[in-house]
Design a binder for this molecule. Sequence first.
Ligand code: F6P
Length: 357
Amino acid sequence: MKRRIGILTSGGDCPGLNATIRGVARAAYEMFDAEIVGIADGYRGLIEGEWQEMKRSQFSGILTLGGTILGTSRTPFRNMREIGEDNVDKVAAMKKHYSEMKLDCLVTLGGNGTHKTANLLSQEGLNVIGLPKTIDNDIYGTDFTFGFHTAVDIATEVIDRIHSTAASHGRTMVIEIMGNKAGWLTLYSGLAGGADVVLLPEIPYDIKEVAKVVEQRAKNKKAFSIIAVAEGAMTKKEAKMKKKEREAARQEEGFNGVANRIAKQLSEMVGVEARAVLPGHIQRGGSPSAYDRVLATQFGVHAAQLIERGEYGYTVALAGNTITHNRLAEIAGVPKPVPVDHQMVKVARDMGILFGD
Ligand code: F6P
């Protein structure tokens, strides 16, 4: 049986993309007569027709490699149906290039936006399989995405390293962890790194509550405090605003990121010496952890198995200890925020960690 497979990686990169690509490719070459086409920079390459025939050797030596050998780009789903100034019908162009490449199927590695476009292409009649990537872990229907655990390891190491310098100087350190809409990364790394306060987009905070903890710790002769805050965290007041209103209020305020804001407020309110730490894209860079290499390989092999059986319109997922798949149509665009009563939130609360609410 012969199958010609197109692969693309789309959206923000993360550790484990190459390991997943390798998993799909190696299993496909082992299991059937596979031909693989690498599409450049995500949907951009599919729209513009930039692709290359891959050789088996190109999938060798990439298990541990960070980033993506195919390149990636952010091509927002909301613009997919719009004809822009270049007059290109993006959906028609993607279908045309899929045919020109003579593909039996398209494998898309990406997050929520990528899955929405994958679903659109599936509904347009293309054979599509999705693979769930993101350090944010916010794809519905899978317990974990690949890339998440590596990012947790990195963010935890950041918190650990900040811990010792915070303790030496008696400082309050506010560490901004990636995650605009979902706080999984902050929750896991905050717990793993022993943060005193964890602030998530899902649980709006009151700065007075945060200040109380810092003050209380100082009274208890703990001169330092560790605050892990998700980049998308917001105050209770902000949570009541519409997005545009919030953005305008922040502009007025001279908002320069949530960690900077909190550090400034705490030094003014409590009189502590506070610093903001922004590890930023370090959290997405470099080699995947052993956990993510294993997950990526399992996901990739599962995708190859679906291709072998000619089952399309799915995205691969982890449910408990089982690798499975969900219908693209059922998960595409469905967010997966941290439930406010999630077991991990309860564990953290029972440990005395404050969420600022
Ligand atoms: O989706 C992954 C992610 O790293 C988010 O955590 C973060 O909000 C966003 O991407 C940053 O995007 P960019 O790399 O485009 O600045």
